[in-house]
Design a protein around this ligand. Structure first.
Ligand code: ZN
Length: 192
Protein backbone atom coordinates (compact mmCIF):
# COMPACT_ATOMS: atom_id res chain seq x y z
CA UNK A 1 0.00 0.00 0.00
CA UNK A 2 1.27 3.44 -0.95
CA UNK A 3 1.25 5.70 2.09
CA UNK A 4 2.43 8.87 0.42
CA UNK A 5 0.48 11.18 -1.89
CA UNK A 6 1.45 12.23 -5.40
CA UNK A 7 -0.85 14.67 -7.18
CA UNK A 8 -1.96 13.21 -10.55
CA UNK A 9 -0.40 16.19 -12.33
CA UNK A 10 3.09 15.50 -10.93
CA UNK A 11 5.68 13.32 -12.73
CA UNK A 12 7.32 11.28 -9.98
CA UNK A 13 9.61 8.46 -11.16
CA UNK A 14 11.08 7.35 -7.82
CA UNK A 15 9.29 5.12 -5.33
CA UNK A 16 11.81 5.81 -2.56
CA UNK A 17 9.40 8.10 -0.73
CA UNK A 18 8.55 7.95 2.98
CA UNK A 19 5.16 7.68 4.59
CA UNK A 20 3.03 10.81 4.80
CA UNK A 21 4.94 12.78 2.15
CA UNK A 22 2.97 14.84 -0.40
CA UNK A 23 4.23 15.91 -3.83
CA UNK A 24 2.10 18.58 -5.51
CA UNK A 25 1.21 19.61 -9.08
CA UNK A 26 3.76 20.00 -11.88
CA UNK A 27 6.65 18.67 -9.84
CA UNK A 28 9.18 16.38 -11.51
CA UNK A 29 11.14 13.87 -9.42
CA UNK A 30 13.71 11.65 -11.16
CA UNK A 31 14.08 7.92 -10.65
CA UNK A 32 16.91 7.66 -8.11
CA UNK A 33 15.91 10.50 -5.80
CA UNK A 34 15.22 9.59 -2.17
CA UNK A 35 12.64 11.53 -0.17
CA UNK A 36 11.91 10.85 3.52
CA UNK A 37 8.66 10.75 5.50
CA UNK A 38 6.22 13.62 6.13
CA UNK A 39 7.76 15.93 3.55
CA UNK A 40 5.80 18.59 1.68
CA UNK A 41 7.11 19.08 -1.85
CA UNK A 42 5.13 22.02 -3.23
CA UNK A 43 4.03 22.58 -6.81
CA UNK A 44 6.59 23.31 -9.54
CA UNK A 45 9.69 21.71 -8.06
CA UNK A 46 12.33 19.63 -9.84
CA UNK A 47 14.31 16.97 -8.00
CA UNK A 48 17.16 15.21 -9.82
CA UNK A 49 18.64 11.72 -9.26
CA UNK A 50 21.57 12.08 -6.86
CA UNK A 51 19.47 13.72 -4.18
CA UNK A 52 18.72 12.55 -0.63
CA UNK A 53 16.04 14.39 1.35
CA UNK A 54 15.35 13.53 5.02
CA UNK A 55 12.07 13.53 6.98
CA UNK A 56 9.76 16.50 7.68
CA UNK A 57 11.33 18.65 4.95
CA UNK A 58 9.35 21.52 3.38
CA UNK A 59 10.20 22.54 -0.17
CA UNK A 60 8.24 25.57 -1.39
CA UNK A 61 7.39 26.18 -5.04
CA UNK A 62 9.88 26.99 -7.74
CA UNK A 63 12.87 25.11 -6.30
CA UNK A 64 15.22 22.86 -8.28
CA UNK A 65 17.15 20.31 -6.23
CA UNK A 66 20.06 19.25 -8.41
CA UNK A 67 22.38 16.23 -8.31
CA UNK A 68 24.71 16.38 -5.30
CA UNK A 69 22.28 17.84 -2.77
CA UNK A 70 21.83 16.29 0.67
CA UNK A 71 19.01 17.75 2.74
CA UNK A 72 18.66 16.54 6.33
CA UNK A 73 15.54 16.27 8.51
CA UNK A 74 13.26 19.25 9.24
CA UNK A 75 14.85 21.61 6.72
CA UNK A 76 12.75 24.48 5.31
CA UNK A 77 13.49 25.60 1.74
CA UNK A 78 11.62 28.78 0.81
CA UNK A 79 10.08 29.59 -2.57
CA UNK A 80 12.44 30.04 -5.51
CA UNK A 81 15.58 29.15 -3.56
CA UNK A 82 18.35 28.42 -6.06
CA UNK A 83 21.08 25.80 -5.68
CA UNK A 84 24.07 25.35 -7.98
CA UNK A 85 26.34 22.33 -8.40
CA UNK A 86 29.06 23.35 -10.87
CA UNK A 87 31.60 26.21 -10.48
CA UNK A 88 32.47 26.36 -14.18
CA UNK A 89 29.36 25.46 -16.15
CA UNK A 90 29.54 25.11 -19.93
CA UNK A 91 26.81 23.82 -22.17
CA UNK A 92 27.24 20.11 -23.03
CA UNK A 93 30.29 19.83 -20.79
CA UNK A 94 29.57 17.81 -17.66
CA UNK A 95 32.02 17.78 -14.75
CA UNK A 96 33.34 14.36 -13.62
CA UNK A 97 31.37 14.88 -10.42
CA UNK A 98 28.90 17.53 -9.31
CA UNK A 99 29.62 19.54 -6.16
CA UNK A 100 28.08 18.16 -2.96
CA UNK A 101 25.96 20.57 -0.91
CA UNK A 102 24.75 19.61 2.57
CA UNK A 103 21.86 21.33 4.33
CA UNK A 104 22.02 20.18 7.97
CA UNK A 105 18.94 19.37 10.02
CA UNK A 106 16.49 22.12 10.99
CA UNK A 107 18.17 24.77 8.80
CA UNK A 108 15.90 27.31 7.03
CA UNK A 109 16.61 29.00 3.71
CA UNK A 110 14.63 32.18 2.94
CA UNK A 111 12.84 32.92 -0.32
CA UNK A 112 14.98 33.39 -3.43
CA UNK A 113 18.30 32.84 -1.64
CA UNK A 114 21.07 31.35 -3.79
CA UNK A 115 23.31 28.66 -2.29
CA UNK A 116 26.53 28.16 -4.23
CA UNK A 117 27.51 24.50 -4.74
CA UNK A 118 29.80 22.57 -2.41
CA UNK A 119 28.79 24.31 0.84
CA UNK A 120 27.50 23.05 4.17
CA UNK A 121 24.64 24.99 5.77
CA UNK A 122 24.73 24.32 9.53
CA UNK A 123 21.98 22.90 11.71
CA UNK A 124 19.34 25.47 12.74
CA UNK A 125 21.00 28.12 10.55
CA UNK A 126 18.72 30.83 9.15
CA UNK A 127 19.44 32.25 5.67
CA UNK A 128 17.72 35.57 4.91
CA UNK A 129 15.59 36.03 1.81
CA UNK A 130 17.51 36.93 -1.33
CA UNK A 131 20.94 36.12 0.14
CA UNK A 132 23.78 34.81 -1.97
CA UNK A 133 25.60 32.28 0.20
CA UNK A 134 29.22 31.75 -0.85
CA UNK A 135 30.74 30.22 2.31
CA UNK A 136 29.87 27.46 4.77
CA UNK A 137 27.36 28.58 7.40
CA UNK A 138 27.88 27.54 11.08
CA UNK A 139 25.17 25.87 13.17
CA UNK A 140 22.63 28.41 14.50
CA UNK A 141 24.09 31.28 12.42
CA UNK A 142 21.87 34.05 11.04
CA UNK A 143 23.26 35.08 7.65
CA UNK A 144 21.95 37.40 4.94
CA UNK A 145 23.04 39.75 2.18
CA UNK A 146 25.11 39.43 -0.99
CA UNK A 147 27.58 37.98 -0.32
CA UNK A 148 25.85 36.63 2.79
CA UNK A 149 27.50 37.59 6.08
CA UNK A 150 26.72 36.51 9.62
CA UNK A 151 24.54 38.90 11.64
CA UNK A 152 24.23 36.98 14.91
CA UNK A 153 22.72 33.71 16.00
CA UNK A 154 19.23 32.20 15.99
CA UNK A 155 17.47 30.00 18.51
CA UNK A 156 16.06 26.58 17.67
CA UNK A 157 12.64 28.32 17.75
CA UNK A 158 13.76 30.76 15.03
CA UNK A 159 14.16 33.94 17.12
CA UNK A 160 17.40 35.94 16.93
CA UNK A 161 19.41 35.44 20.12
CA UNK A 162 20.10 38.28 22.53
CA UNK A 163 23.56 37.64 24.06
CA UNK A 164 23.16 33.88 23.53
CA UNK A 165 19.74 33.81 25.22
CA UNK A 166 16.38 33.50 23.49
CA UNK A 167 13.86 36.04 24.78
CA UNK A 168 10.99 34.06 23.17
CA UNK A 169 11.51 30.56 24.59
CA UNK A 170 14.26 31.19 27.20
CA UNK A 171 16.74 28.69 25.79
CA UNK A 172 20.32 29.56 26.70
CA UNK A 173 23.33 28.81 24.52
CA UNK A 174 27.07 28.53 25.12
CA UNK A 175 30.04 28.85 22.80
CA UNK A 176 32.35 25.84 22.94
CA UNK A 177 35.37 25.69 20.61
CA UNK A 178 33.83 28.41 18.43
CA UNK A 179 30.61 26.41 18.02
CA UNK A 180 27.28 27.43 19.50
CA UNK A 181 25.49 24.76 21.56
CA UNK A 182 22.20 24.78 23.40
CA UNK A 183 22.97 24.52 27.12
CA UNK A 184 20.61 21.62 27.94
CA UNK A 185 22.12 19.71 25.07
CA UNK A 186 25.59 20.27 26.55
CA UNK A 187 24.42 19.01 29.93
CA UNK A 188 22.83 15.95 28.35
CA UNK A 189 26.06 15.19 26.53
CA UNK A 190 28.20 15.54 29.65
CA UNK A 191 25.88 13.15 31.54
CA UNK A 192 26.54 10.38 29.00
ZN1 ZN B 1 13.88 30.37 21.29
Amino acid sequence: MIKYKIHPLADVQTNKIGEGTTIWQFSVVLKQAQIGANCNINALTLIENDVIIGDNVTVKSGVQIWDGLRIENNVFIGPNVTFTNDFTPRSKQRPAEFLKTIIKHQASIGASATIIGGLTIGAYAMIGAGSVVTKDVPNYALVYGNPAKQHGWVCECGTKLNKLTCLSCNKVYTMINNALTEQNRTEQNSRK
